[in-house]
Design a protein around this ligand. Structure first.
Ligand SMILES: Cc1ncc(C[n+]2csc(CCOP(=O)(O)OP(=O)(O)O)c2C)c(N)n1
Ligand code: SF4
Ligand code: SF4
Ligand code: SF4
Length: 696
């Protein structure tokens, strides 16, 4: 597609007299105008035959969303004639039945149409005069050397041209943070446009965006004066903390993946949405608004309590942005939210799975730093030892903090340490589990210790990066948490150490193509459960809650933004192990409405009783209260079957195993009801009341 013209060396490997096919929105002269000189020259110098097709538009017309592969494959066979076209068409159609037959006639028909319309390509005449065109000079930029010398060549698929010596100093595998911000892929065909007159500043759009590509910015007078936009493009910011300031919900159109979740969740004003999907090329001019906001507008997150509600949480700068996860991914909004709440002192131990791939695939690192240079420290160990890996990190921090505690104690009695140092040491000792206080102490005590220079101060300085309390997160998919790493997870939860585990529950092994896990519910089709899974989903949350000292929550942000925020806050605040299980729609579910409905699908899942929201907070028990709260409403069970039919993983059971489908669907519902009743009983239990004596 056209975005790749500037991203990759698209003519590499193209022989003299070869053929080139481009998927593009441009036609004829406009296409010739937009092709880089370097490519035009190559075409002319090498007698290339050039074809183009707007497969993106065709896919949309057919109802295939952004799936262009069949159209382009058909165009390929027609152009190359590697086999007779009739035979190619016949074979492609045969394989469509094989690949998509299970998904229903509708999907088959759409793909048939894609094969037929693959013939709608045109030829672009190559002008011999292009041979004398001068190649564009590489645009100068002020980006870090690491980006220009290492990241860009790898992204341009030229990584194999880098020398081993280019990596001197990185032998231990550490990588710069925030490299994803430099990719600016511009791959979405449609992106949201913000219609300020309809915006109520709820920030729900930013909350759900899987790619952190839409964000609220609040500008003061000075920033407004310097902005490339005026009052017309902004609205007065709501809230007394923002008096006199202006609000803009800015879209990073080059990092947006066009899923449309933001538009769907937008309540707008009086039923009129404040976001609308528009073709990317009509929105390119707003990119400079985004660039300005990101670079020149100071975060106003300190003016509000970012943890108090969903709206405020989005004024916090995401320290996880522009990941390469699928468009509409249900996992990444949770990861992003944690980075907003705790990213400045967050450490992540990541299990292998989708979350490790989109969080740290060289050269792309979405984890980044704030204006103070603080950010998320992240590492991935294995699929099977993720929890122990995180526990190790936590124990190391605990040990180092114990060392700091000893030094602070010594500082209190040290004849050389000033009264100021002593005061800060005392403050640290009283608040060692509080990030805000300990980071404040760190900032103040370091220059004082440098000035003092006594042995105690030298000791504090040698351990200075451990003065501020850290927030330990352990992130895993369901395959890791329910199955392969469960033994380790159980051990870590039982350790009673202060770690937070986030399980991104896609109900399958997503990263390897959707294999069944113990989180896969009964009735769902997955790999290794091709006829629909025959046993129930494991209740990982309830198992963990039986320890009595583990905080547990089950959440689905699309169903209840506020409950997710609350659960993450409680998990972090709880001084012990916490487990948050987050329902995460995934491409492997085959949501019929598309991944743009991933958030809405969560709401439907909870509404019909497929997924339940609850929290088990041992801290409540200490107050004599019931630790279990059921947060979701009484399900509308009559909607259960329709929910299943809306996802290919269930709907295809009907197609392939019609005889068993009714039975499996009934079993799925029965199990969901059984789970719900368990939760209801727990929520209703009379805490603190002794059970009646056993009657013999
Ligand atoms: C011991 C081991 N087995 C298999 C794999 C291959 N593998 C990598 S990721 C993955 C699936 C991860 O699934 P899940 O934990 O559910 O995370 P998701 O991708 O769904 O986020 C598998 C099987 C591996 N890395 N290590
Ligand atoms: S369309 Fe999707 S990726 Fe783009 S801003 Fe909206 S939610 Fe984010
Ligand atoms: S969801 Fe809609 S109304 Fe709310 S802040 Fe975003 S654009 Fe404005
Ligand atoms: S496969 Fe699923 S979990 Fe993985 S990035 Fe894609 S949508 Fe997200």
């Amino acid at each position: 597609m056209q975005a790749y013209l500037h991203m990759y060396d698209v003519t590499r490997g193209l022989r003299k007299g070869g053929t080139f096919l481009l998927n593009t929105i441009w036609e004829g002269e406009e296409l010739a105008k937009n092709l880089p000189n370097k490519i035009k020259k190559y075409f002319a110098d090498n007698d290339i035959t050039v074809y183009y097709i707007n497969a993106t538009k065709i896919a949309q017309e057919i109802g295939l969303g952004n799936r262009t592969n069949t159209i382009l494959q058909s165009a390929f066979f027609r152009i190359t004639e590697v086999i007779p076209v009739d035979l190619a068409v016949e074979q492609m159609k045969k394989f469509i039945v094989k690949s998509y037959g299970k998904k229903g006639q509708d999907v088959v028909d759409k793909n048939y149409a894609a094969v037929d319309r693959g013939g709608e390509y045109k030829q672009l005449p190559v002008d011999k005069a292009w041979s004398s065109l001068a190649e564009e000079a590489a645009a100068a930029n002020n980006d870090p050397e690491f980006i220009n010398k290492i990241v860009r060549p790898i992204n341009a698929q030229d990584g194999d041209l880098l020398k081993v010596s280019d990596f001197v100093g990185r032998e231990d595998g550490t990588w710069e943070q925030g490299t994803a911000a430099y990719e600016k892929r511009g791959v979405a065909a449609f992106v949201p446009e913000w219609l300020e007159e309809n915006c109520i500043q709820c920030n729900k759009c930013a909350f759900v965006c899987p790619h952190a590509a839409i964000r609220p910015f609040v500008l003061d007078e000075k920033e407004m004066a310097a902005a490339p936009f005026g009052d017309d493009n902004t609205i007065p910011a709501i809230g007394k903390q923002f008096t006199g300031m202006r609000f803009i919900q800015s879209v990073d159109v080059l990092d947006c993946l066009g899923c449309g979740n933001c538009v769907l969740v937008c309540p707008g004003k009086k039923g009129v949405k404040a976001l609308e999907m528009k073709p990317l090329e009509t929105q390119l001019e707003v990119q400079n608004e985004w660039d300005f906001c990101v670079k020149e507008v100071a975060s106003k997150q300190d003016l509000v309590d970012i943890k108090s509600n969903v709206k405020n949480s989005q004024f916090a700068t995401p320290l996880f942005e522009f990941s390469g996860a699928c468009s509409g991914c249900g996992e990444t909004p949770y990861v992003k939210l944690i980075s907003q709440l705790y990213g400045d002192h967050e450490i992540v131990a990541n299990a292998t799975g989708c979350s490790s791939i989109y969080s740290g695939s060289v050269p792309s690192t979405p984890y980044t730093t704030n204006a103070k240079g603080q950010g998320v420290a992240w590492a991935n160990s294995l699929f099977e030892d993720f929890a122990e890996f995180g526990l190790g990190m936590s124990l190391a921090h605990e040990k180092l903090q114990a060392r700091i505690a000893g030094l602070m104690q010594q500082a209190l009695e040290c004849p050389s340490c000033s009264a100021e140092i002593k005061e800060l040491a005392g403050k640290w000792l009283e608040n060692r589990t509080d990030f805000t206080v300990t980071s404040e102490v760190a900032e103040k005590i370091v220059p004082l210790c440098e000035a003092c220079g006594c042995d105690v101060c030298k000791g504090i300085l040698a351990n200075k990066e451990h003065i501020a309390k850290r927030s330990q997160w352990i992130i895993a998919g369901d395959g890791a948490a329910y199955d392969i790493g469960f033994g380790g997870l159980d051990h870590v939860l039982a350790s009673n150490k202060n770690v937070n585990v986030l399980v991104l529950d896609t109900e399958v092994y997503s990263n390897t193509g959707g294999q069944s896990s113990k989180a896969t519910p009964i009735g769902a089709i997955a790999k290794f459960a091709a006829a629909g899974k025959r046993i129930r989903k494991k209740d990982l949350g309830l198992i963990a809650s039986t320890y009595g000292y583990v905080y547990v929550a089950q959440v689905a942000m699309g169903a209840d933004n506020a409950q997710t925020l609350k659960a993450l806050r409680e998990a972090e605040a709880y001084d012990g192990p916490s487990l948050v299980i987050a329902y995460s729609p995934c491409i492997n579910h085959g949501i019929r409405a598309g991944m743009g409905h991933a958030q809405e699908e969560q709401a439907k899942a909870v509404e019909c009783g497929y997924w339940h929201l609850w929290r088990y907070n041992p801290a409540l028990e200490e107050e004599g209260k019931n630790p279990f709260s059921l947060d979701s409403k009484e399900p509308q069970w009559d909607k259960f079957e329709d929910f299943l039919k809306g996802e290919v993983r269930y709907a295809s059971v009907m197609k392939q195993y019609p005889a068993e489908a009714a039975e499996l669907f009934a079993a799925a519902k029965e199990n969901a009801q059984w789970r719900y009743n368990n939760y209801r009983r727990l929520a209703q239990q009379q805490w603190g009341v002794e059970p009646a004596p056993e009657v013999k």
